[in-house]
Design a protein around this ligand. Structure first.
Ligand code: PMV
Length: 324
């Protein structure tokens, strides 16, 4: 009982930053991302009668500890859904152009959800798959779809109405997203811990929630209109606001490093020189820069000379789940 699926990672333009239910992974606000064609995970799940436990290989290396537990806990949900008590060998390949800390739980859990449910004989539609992937890693529920994707927070306690929907597919709008890879990255606070601490202790959190519900309405209109300056400026402001909540937490923290700020400054300089470029940053120091295809050479040449930048990986809006 074997199946293989591929999923791309995604970058949030309106961030998911906080859970209202930790075990079901239900967010405190609706959020929106672009699926990226430059980063993907390909996962094969093989359920075998004679296995005594799940095994997990990532890029052909055997994985144990927390990462294996995360896979096994997810497969427990799939086993519960199917009613079959059978273990699996999981083989994942992360297609990330450089080894620079870009491995993503979003593409990983989305590919695992798709491959494992197919392998065990469940036929889930994309909504059901998104709901399931969400319970592995929140942002994974958006990677079921290509293009521009909204994770609708829902209201129900049981999470049945909390899943992603496609806002526009990958052919809607030809924009570019450069992932700026930093040469040094410090040990980071996980998104799980970062969100929890912020929700519990940051006095700025209420302001974040209030503004984000406006941002998501506005950005959906801007994406529909293909209004790049509006889309970019809402995304950049939303990112800055998310990161501001961490400075208000107790103890306070930030994901930014010196190079992160140099990249942010360069993007703002590009705009002053008339080139529309905008940044966004997740729970780590790396920066993603959005721009239009005609500005690629100018943007790339400015980013790659920044001190502390190791590589630039360019993506377009990518596709959703596929089965191989
Ligand atoms: O799904 P997680 O637990 O990896 O959390 C993702 C959180 C952010 O990347 C910071 C924002 C987002 O919406 O992807």
């Amino acid at each position: 009982m074997k199946a293989t699926a591929r999923a791309h990672t995604n970058i949030a333009l309106i961030k998911y930053w906080g859970k209202r239910n930790e075990s079901l992974i239900l967010p405190t606000n609706s959020n929106l991302s672009v699926t990226l064609d430059g980063f993907s995970t390909e996962t094969t799940v093989d359920f075998q009668e004679d296995l005594k436990a799940d095994t997990f290989f990532l890029n052909k290396q055997v994985i144990e500890g927390d990462a294996l537990r995360k896979v096994a806990v997810f497969l427990d949900k799939v086993r519960a859904l199917s009613g079959k008590k059978i273990y699996a060998q999981v083989d994942s390949l992360n297609h990330v152009p450089t080894a620079a800390g870009f491995a993503s739980s979003a593409s990983g859990l989305a590919a695992l959800a798709a491959a494992s449910t197919k392998a065990i004989g469940l036929s889930l539609d994309n909504t059901e798959l998104s709901r399931l992937a969400r319970q592995g890693s929140g942002s994974a529920c958006r990677s079921i779809y290509g293009g521009f994707v909204e994770w609708q927070m829902g209201e129900r306690e049981d999470g049945l109405d909390s899943y992603a929907v496609q806002v526009a597919d990958e052919s809607h709008w030809d924009i570019r997203i450069a992932a700026v890879v930093l040469s040094k990255t410090m040990k980071k606070i996980s998104s799980r811990e970062g969100m929890r601490r912020t929700v519990e202790t940051s006095p700025f959190y209420a302001g974040w929630i209030e503004q984000t519900s406006k941002d998501i309405q506005e950005i959906k209109q801007a994406i529909a209109d293909k209004d790049f300056e509006k889309t970019g400026s809402i995304a950049e402001a939303n990112c800055l606001r998310m990161h501001a909540t961490t400075l208000g937490a107790n103890p306070p923290f930030t994901y930014w490093q010196d190079t992160t700020m140099r990249v942010m400054q360069t993007v703002q300089d590009l705009r002053e020189q008339g080139i529309p470029a905008y940044f966004t940053i997740d729970a780590g120091p790396n920066v993603k820069v959005m721009y239009l295809p005609e500005d690629e050479n100018k943007v790339k040449s400015r980013l790659q000379v920044i001190e502390g930048v190791e590589d630039i990986i360019i993506s377009k809006p990518g596709s959703g789940i596929s089965y191989l």
